[in-house]
Design a protein around this ligand. Structure first.
Ligand SMILES: Nc1ncnc2c1ncn2[C@@H]1O[C@H](COP(=O)(O)OP(=O)(O)O)[C@@H](O)[C@H]1O
Ligand SMILES: [Mg+2]
Length: 335
């Protein structure tokens, strides 16, 4: 096979040479896959006999009838794949056409995720900002004599602002986790866990919840990013406290088993319905939006947790039963 043929057949984009009757003169390997071409390469096939979207055929037919001295860009969904097509007339060769097809399914999916994310962020920001504005206006207009009213508004103002700050902090954490290669180092994960545990034991106690910490005595040093692991533990403990009623109990365990560090956070709180378990790691997904917001949640905590675990090549398991409680098990390999 000559070099050009070799290049042609190994291109990632699909390339077809079509004559003015619509017969396929040449097709590379990618085109055969993208357009589902029958594999009898010695037999010439008409483009119009292919099992493809009629919109593509119509566009090609139109080009054949009145060739345009321009490139055509068509974006058409076939099954779930999105193809970007370029149709280029080749003059001086009896009006044949070069059709190239690029599979842009992944790009489109990413675009959608990004668009949804921006829409969600804007929506999340809008609520507290509107609240802050209204409260500030009310304070400005309240008469001097009404100090009590002013104070009440100011307290609510403080609450809304805190929410906003928390939201922006979580967004910044998340974007850092997504964009930076984490720096790994050996550190004492057991020590970090104890330290955070002590801090959260008090937060739990303030809500009359008992936090029990159990760390394996013999722990090797963990190789990973300490700041990220801190975020992970904070977010899991924060949830456990937030979604557990007073008099509840939370267990935080760390042990080393079969070359893996296992972190468990178990509570006997409100639990998560089965249908939601698969989605709680999505950004801004909450089982009960209003309730989570009222309790100060941003909907980003578990997305942060998921990213940290991914960055450390680990996995997460969730066992939960409504009104019984939830258990998050994180398994992080020796990296
Ligand atoms: N320990 C838990 N018990 C019950 N539900 C939980 C727990 N952890 C997370 N969830 C559910 O998962 C959702 C997403 O969690 P997260 O991303 O941390 O957002 P939020 O800011 O709402 O806590 C929560 O809104 C809640 O519905
Ligand atoms: Mg949370």
């Amino acid at each position: 096979m000559d070099n050009l043929k070799l290049i042609f057949n190994n291109l990632k984009d699909g390339i077809l040479l079509i004559d003015k009757q619509g017969m396929i003169l040449e097709a590379n390997e990618s085109a055969k896959i993208l357009f589902n071409l029958p594999d009898k390469s010695n037999k010439i096939t008409s483009f119009f006999d292919l099992d493809i979207d009629s919109k593509i055929k119509a566009a090609i037919r139109e080009e054949i009838i009145s060739p345009n001295n321009r490139m055509l860009e068509l974006e058409l969904s076939r099954d779930t794949a999105v193809l970007l097509l370029h149709l280029k007339p080749i003059y001086g060769r009896d009006n044949s056409f070069l059709l190239s097809a690029k599979d842009i399914t992944k790009q489109r999916e990413l675009d959608t995720v990004r668009r949804d994310f921006i829409a969600n962020v804007s929506h999340e920001l809008k609520t507290p900002i509107t609240g802050i504005k209204l409260l500030a206006d009310a304070i400005c207009q309240s008469p001097d004599s009404e100090i009590a009213t002013t104070r009440r508004f100011a307290e609510r103002l403080e609450k809304e602002t805190s929410r906003l700050v928390q939201l922006v902090n979580d967004l910044l954490d998340l974007s850092k986790l997504e964009s930076l290669e984490p720096k790994f180092e050996y550190f004492d994960l057991a020590g970090l866990l104890q330290e955070l545990g002590d801090e959260f034991r008090q937060k739990a106690a303030a809500k009359d919840i008992l936090l029990l910490i159990n760390v394996d005595k013999k722990m090797p040093f963990f190789q990973g990013n300490p700041e990220q692991l801190e975020l992970l533990i904070i977010n899991l403990l924060d949830n456990a406290i937030r979604y557990t009623q007073p008099k509840g109990e939370i267990k935080l365990n760390l042990f080393f088993k079969k070359q893996k560090f296992i972190i468990e956070v178990a509570d006997n709180g409100i639990g998560i319905p089965k249908k939601d378990i698969g989605r709680i790691f999505e950004r801004f997904y909450r089982v009960d939006k209003a309730r989570s917001r009222k309790k100060g949640g941003t909907g980003l905590g578990l997305a942060i947790v998921k990213h940290v675990v991914q960055n450390h090549h680990g996995s997460i398991k969730v066992d939960s039963q409504v009104k019984k409680g939830s258990k998050f098990t994180l398994s992080l390999p020796v990296n």
